[in-house]
Design a protein around this ligand. Structure first.
Ligand code: AFP
Length: 353
């Protein structure tokens, strides 16, 4: 039994044989980067890298030393293999150019090396998120090469550094979870063909932003909070870890809905989360597990990016709840959620807009 288990390497080689065998080799390098980061994160305060790197990244957010090290782990493990035309990272303003002394290939690797890193100092789960695209030609990738819609992703995944380290992966044939066996150093397939239940009674959102949300989101969350005494007629539970990888992992394991919706806190930002290395890979994983991923007004995987670090609203998880929120956005946009008020009284209307 111990030796009959499916390792990540075996799974990846079998799944990418033929047209994308080089992508299989790249995924094995990504797994090596993840193991390095897992070892570092797992040391906790003993690693000596807690705290700020005294730098601000391209997002205008404080960079932690551990963010910088995780970014290095991805770059160094993946730059040499000859499969990549380029990489892009949350931590780098511009795409990373593969050094000239290494061969280049046709794949593009995009990643958030340590998502939720503000949680690392308090020993709460954090993760890495990645996405693989291909371009039709080899040579050094330029910024426009990365600006492809998520439905063109060939593979996507995340690693969660929790009580156990797991790597959850899709190459377009379902979503599969691998657990790191710390003794052998292998990722073992422990969660094949993950399915997200279509219905849920659990939602995740940062409710401290409630006053900044759009009305359809306020309506949806209000109905969840009203529970059995409201129009939903059932009680809901709420979770918020502030670590997207941990929230998505919970949803893949038992269902739920995760929302980081559009808000008007900072009009320059149409959402908090980033399209290329947060929303797109998570949307592919969720869809491959039977769930849905939307901006509230359309499928995330169909958004055509116009910038490397573009942000957007994200609503994903159990299909029935995501569809309900899309309906609420549609009703709001078309005015169908508003009762008829005679124009005579319109000025005294209680409408919010
Ligand atoms: P950090 O990487 O800066 O900790 O941000 C994490 C994150 O991008 C995502 O993982 C969380 O869902 C979200 O931000 C939490 O945001 P709030 O702090 O606004 O709740």
């Amino acid at each position: 039994m111990l030796f009959g288990r499916t390792t990540l390497s075996k799974f990846v080689i079998e799944q990418t044989r033929g047209q994308h065998s080089e992508m299989g080799a790249l995924l094995i390098d990504v797994a090596a980067a993840v193991k390095s980061i897992s070892a570092l994160v797992g040391k906790g305060a003993l690693s000596g890298v807690a705290g700020s790197a005294a730098a601000i990244n391209v997002q205008g957010e404080e960079q932690k030393k551990i963010d910088v090290l995780a970014n290095e782990a991805f770059l160094r493990h993946c730059e040499w293999g000859g499969q990549l035309a380029g990489m892009a990272s949350e931590e780098l303003e511009e795409p990373f150019r593969i050094p000239d002394d290494y061969p280049r290939g046709r794949y593009l690797l995009v990643f958030d090396p340590l998502d939720g890193s503000s949680n690392s100092d308090v020993n709460v789960s954090v993760g890495s998120i990645f996405s693989i695209l291909a371009r039709s030609t080899a040579g050094a990738a330029q910024k426009p090469d990365f600006l492809r819609p998520g439905h063109e992703q060939l593979a996507a995944g995340y690693a969660i550094y929790g009580p156990a380290t797991m790597l959850v992966l899709t190459v377009g044939t379902g979503t599969h979870g691998f657990t790191l066996d710390r003794e052998s150093g292998n990722f073992i397939l422990t969660h094949p063909a993950i399915r997200i239940p279509a219905a849920t009674r659990e939602f995740a959102i940062n409710t401290s932003n409630e006053r900044f949300w759009e009305p359809p989101v306020q309506r949806y969350v209000g109905e969840c909070k009203a529970g059995s005494s409201g129009i939903r007629g059932v009680d809901f539970n709420m979770r918020w870890i502030a670590s997207m990888v941990a929230e998505v992992h919970r949803i893949l394991m038992r269902g739920g809905i995760f929302m980081y919706p559009r808000d008007n806190k900072d009009p320059a930002k149409p959402g908090r989360l980033r399209l290329l290395y947060e929303a797109n890979p998570m949307a592919m994983l969720v869809e491959q597990a039977g769930g849905a991923a939307s901006t509230g007004r359309g499928r995330i995987l169909d958004v055509v990016p116009d910038a490397l670090h573009q942000r957007l609203p994200v609503i994903l998880g159990s299909r029935e709840e995501v569809e309900r929120l899309e309906r609420y956005h549609h009703e709001y946009d078309t005015g169908a959620d508003r009762p008829f008020v005679s124009p005579l009284f319109a000025e005294r209307s209680l409408f919010r807009d």
